[in-house]
Write a protein that binds this ligand. Structure first.
Ligand code: ADP
Ligand code: MG
Length: 627
């Protein structure tokens, strides 16, 4: 028997494993099983070139847990290891580069490294006080046993083993204060770990189970029967080809996996080769999950490397505006272990993410075109994400996302921007929109009168973010967005403009008087160019609209809070109230001041804004009523 020291780097990695405080020690099983699977792949490829007659169906991984002896044993009939290989592969693990990466990083990263990528064979030392590996290389005469209790070194000696392959025996640590190692000896735990991490390993993972059954010919005597169970389902649905799969199968997988009662709206199943090689299966849910808008929600896709789960939710694979997508990515380009390719993987991951984003967008575009009903359902549930996607990137994502946008419209139903522009009137300059808390409220807004009268379509903005989003966009294919409450609507002809200017000059004194009475509240009182039947409305000048002021004033941020729109009180020259104001201005200026107050308050109410002095307002109305 030879006793040997570990290489220095291996020692450090081992130390890290043995003393690991990592909470998901369970990944050791995933690591050992993936090694067994690799070993069987290697034998399979060897047998193909050498015609050994060995087929995949001869291969399996066996697991045994012995509660009394406190051992877990994994046996594979893969390619096995020679004495040299045992030494080189298990004695100097750090050559894989994982440690080189680790030492460059802070200790705080340990947990992350283990969690995201695992650290291969040595992870066994997170749960085992002694690890024994008995292996016989395929075609070799002699088997060898490698054994280690950790950093002190390992031994290698000859061993007896009938068949080729590798057997790993873990002597499980004793329970400690806050660590429960016993559970790893429980069949139910082992089963659930296999399902969680190794369900799609392509070789069967077998475990014998004792089943109690009624002894034949008796009514109350039992006997135990040993049943060999296959713990993994082996073929992942995403590895099958599209035309093998029905919608039922796709949806069944979705429901099982994500516990969603609703059918997904659609699925995306893509296989890509080239700069990024991967298979992805993604779903667009019909509704937001209950925790979607809570802090607890985690976006991300499950990441597999060749059927082995590496990460449950890989957030980097999805941009925030597509955070509703559920699904998984399986890529051969990502190895289980962190390794020298680590950084390259990162780049690989980015490439995959970019390519996934494109597929998601294309699928949504397809849905929008071919199944409008479903797309509208999607947009009801998640459209706000798309709007935020544009707003939060300060418009950088505009090109990418604008085609996915839809708004409710004065023409009925949802309209895309492309559709809006395609049906604009010839002389129409802008894409008009009106904001309010509900469609009913918006439809009643006096500001929409003239725009509607011209036959122009109006987008109805009911989400807080809507105005902010189009402000970031500025225009759609050269057509600027315009609020029906903006100061310059671009509706009237030059002649009409002249007329209004003249009327304003004629009544300059009246307007100056009212503006002064309302100073601090409005920037100006003007004649309206947009009202037809209604007496008054509020509009605004500049970047900040009345609607935006409303949204900002509801925010906790003080600076946002104090932002005020530059309001204009507009009066309809055709309305009898205007004639009344004119005559009162000659006879009773106090009355004009009171009317200005009332009209302003009315305009605020129409906007759905609070008035500053509701008691004063109602008293004034009552005064007039009792006259
Ligand atoms: P990785 O799997 O990334 O190479 P590991 O630490 O998991 O790193 O394993 C180290 C090496 O040990 C493997 O590359 C392989 O050569 C060898 N090995 C581990 N387990 C087995 C096994 N069951 N059969 C054959 N070789 C194995
Ligand atoms: Mg491995």
């Amino acid at each position: 028997m030879e006793t040997k020291e570990f290489k220095a780097e291996s020692k450090r990695l081992l130390e890290m494993m043995i003393n690991s405080i990592y909470t998901h020690k369970e990944i050791f099983l995933r690591e050992l099983i993936s090694n067994a699977s690799d070993a069987m792949d290697k034998l399979y490829f060897k047998s193909m070139s050498e015609n050994t007659g060995i087929t995949r169906s001869d291969m399996a991984i066996r697991i045994e847990a012995d509660k009394d002896a406190r051992t877990i044993t994994l046996t594979d009939n893969g390619i096995g290891m020679t004495k040299d290989e045992l030494e080189n592969n298990l004695g100097t693990i750090a050559k894989s580069g994982s440690l080189a990466f680790k030492t460059e990083n802070e200790k705080a990263e340990d947990v992350n490294i283990i969690g995201q990528f695992g650290v291969g064979f040595y992870s066994a030392f997170m749960v085992a006080k002694r690890v024994t590996v008995i292996s016989k290389a395929y075609g070799a005469e002699q088997a060898y046993m490698w054994r280690s209790e950790g950093v002190d070194g390992y031994t290698i000696e000859e061993a007896n083993k009938d068949t080729y392959g590798t057997q790993i025996i873990l002597e499980v640590k004793d329970n400690a204060d806050e660590e429960n190692y016993d559970e790893f000896l429980q069949p139910y735990k082992i089963k659930s770990l296999i399902r969680k991490y190794s369900d799609y390993i392509r070789y069967p993972i077998l475990m014998n189970e004792e089943h109690r059954k009624l002894k034949e010919g008796t009514e109350d005597e039992y006997e135990t029967e040993i049943v060999t169970e296959t713990l993994n389902s082996m073929t992942p649905i995403w590895k099958k080809s599209k035309n093998e799969l029905t919608d039922e199968e796709y949806n069944g997988f979705y429901k099982d996996k994500y516990y969603d009662y609703d059918q997904p709206l659609t699925h995306i199943h893509t296989k890509t080769e080239g700069t990024a090689t991967y298979t992805a299966l993604m779903y667009i849910p019909a509704k937001a999950p209950f925790d979607y808008y809570s802090k607890n929600f985690e976006k991300g896709l499950t990441l597999y490397s060749n059927g082995v789960m590496i990460m449950e939710k890989c957030a980097d694979l999805l941009p925030d505006y597509f955070s509703f997508v559920r699904g998984l990515v399986d890529s051969e380009d990502l190895s289980l272990n962190i390794s020298r390719e680590m950084l390259q993987h990162d780049r690989q991951l980015k490439l995959i993410a970019k390519s996934l984003e494109k597929s998601i967008k294309n699928e949504l575009k397809k849905l929008q075109k071919n199944d409008r009903e479903k797309y509208e359902k999607f947009f009801d549930a998640f459209g706000i994400q798309i709007k935020y996607g544009i707003y939060e990137s300060f418009g950088a994502n505009k090109e990418n996302l604008q085609e996915l946008l839809m708004f409710k419209s004065s023409f009925g139903g949802y309209v895309t921007l492309e559709e809006y522009v395609s049906r604009m009137k010839e002389e129409q300059k802008y894409i008009y929109f009106a904001s309010g808390s509900s469609i009913a409220r918006i439809e009643a807004l006096p500001q929409t009168e003239m725009v509607k009268d011209k036959g122009y379509e109006i987008l109805y903005f009911t989400d807080h973010v809507d105005e902010f989003t189009v402000q970031m966009m500025h225009d759609y294919n050269g057509k600027e967005f315009k609020s029906v409450s903006a100061d310059d609507l671009g509706l009237e002809t030059e002649a009409e403009k002249e007329e209004i200017k003249k009327a304003e000059e004629e009544n300059k004194e009246l307007f100056d008087f009212m503006t002064e009475k309302l100073s601090g509240k409005v920037k100006a009182v003007k004649l309206s160019q947009r009202l037809k039947t209604h007496p008054v409305c509020i509009t605004s000048e500049g970047m900040l609209s009345v609607e935006m002021e409303k949204v900002l004033s509801a925010m906790p941020d003080e600076q946002a809070n104090s932002a005020k729109a530059q309001k204009i009180l507009e009066i309809n020259a055709e309305h009898p109230i205007f004639a009344k104001l004119k005559s009162l201005y000659e006879s009773d200026k106090d009355a004009v001041a009171m009317y200005a107050d009332i009209l302003y308050a009315q305009a605020l109410l129409i906007e759905g804004m609070a008035i500053e002095d509701p008691v004063g307002f109602t008293n004034k109305i009552c005064d007039i009523m009792s006259k």
